[in-house]
Design a protein around this ligand. Structure first.
Ligand SMILES: C[S@@+](CC[C@H](N)C(=O)[O-])C[C@H]1O[C@@H](n2cnc3c(N)ncnc32)[C@H](O)[C@@H]1O
Length: 303
């Protein structure tokens, strides 16, 4: 009951944060975060110098975790899996799953980002199905996917509860939900908001990319997963392994144009950690029902 009240308070807090920022901006922006920047900067998803390409520098840590969970912990065969990438952007992660041999579908509200994703996948010879959609309204039948993931997306969505509900709906029984997101702590305020986004000596992220109030505590997410019928299995911290001096040097070098965004993120050396105070990665499963077959064995590609 206490956990339920906490999750409900979180939903209220989150809606209030959105309304407060909306009011502060004269009602002009429906969201505290500027999701339109994924349209404005979409040409940079696959440009080594582009800001959005910096997410590729996070792939070794986040894709490394997801591949390990699927292949080593759960012993799934990639070629048996139909995977849905919710908030796929330019397809930086979708292509990793396609390279692994999975059948991949990606959705994103940013049509311009999807154009970039489609072009790049075609150049690379990947048959990834990209569609315009938001996580709150997935255009797929129930129980369509073996695996759904949301990476660096949950802190950007309009309605987190609805995104989790939709994810649970489109997962097959036994299916796997993988995610990473940012924790709402003093540490994340300092690093992700102040250092990376606000302070002019160090900021390398565009203004409005993140709003601290939209960040999600692991316990809040766990509760939402459970409420939507998903069983949380594991959570691990994701943290820059570079010390403060190396981190500040990378930010200053980026400021002076001596490093690309991706190189600066690379030097921060994001990796798994027992410390979840900045960001974290984890997974949950949809329980098997009495008559359901194990995922990855039957009808992959059923969306
Ligand atoms: C930080 S980017 C992450 C992109 C990709 N997942 C990656 O890690 O490379 C956030 C993405 O979430 C998308 N997004 C924003 N609101 C969304 C929503 N309600 N449902 C699904 N995606 C959303 C944005 O358009 C953007 O492409």
């Amino acid at each position: 009951m206490v956990a339920d009240r906490c999750a409900d308070r979180f939903a209220d807090h989150w809606a209030d944060a959105r309304k407060a920022t909306q009011a502060a901006r004269g009602g002009m922006h429906p969201m505290p975060v500027d999701n339109l920047l994924y349209d404005r900067l979409a040409a940079g998803w696959w440009d080594e110098r582009g800001f959005l390409h910096s997410l590729a520098a996070l792939n070794p840590a986040r894709f490394g975790y997801m591949r390990r969970v699927l292949m080593e912990e759960l012993r799934l065969t990639p070629t048996d899996l139909h995977v849905l990438d919710v908030g796929c952007g330019g397809g930086l992660l979708a292509e990793e799953f396609a390279r692994l041999g999975c059948a991949v579908t990606g959705v994103d509200p940013s049509e311009v980002s999807l154009v970039s994703a489609r072009e790049h996948a075609a150049d690379q010879g990947f048959a990834i199905g990209y569609q315009r959609a938001s996580g709150e309204a997935l255009p797929f039948a129930a129980a369509s996917f073996d695996v759904v993931y949301c990476c660096d997306v949950l802190e950007h969505v309009d309605d987190l509860r609805q995104v989790i509900a939709e994810t649970a709906r489109v997962l097959k029984p036994g299916g796997v939900y993988l995610y990473d997101t940012i924790n709402r702590t003093p540490q994340s305020r300092l690093l992700v908001i102040q250092l990376l986004q606000e302070w002019r000596w160090t900021a390398l992220m565009p203004p409005g990319l993140h709003d601290w109030h939209m960040f999600i505590r692991p316990a809040e997410l766990e509760r939402l997963l459970e409420q939507q019928g998903l069983q949380p299995i594991a959570v691990t911290g994701l943290k820059p392994r570079a010390g403060p001096l190396r981190l500040l040097r990378a930010l200053r070098q980026r400021k002076r144009g001596l490093l690309t965004y991706a190189e600066a993120f690379d030097r921060m050396d994001l990796g798994e950690s027992s410390d979840t105070s900045v960001s974290y990665i984890g997974y949950a499963r949809k329980p098997l029902t009495g008559d359901s077959a194990a995922i990855g064995k039957a009808d992959a590609g059923g969306a």
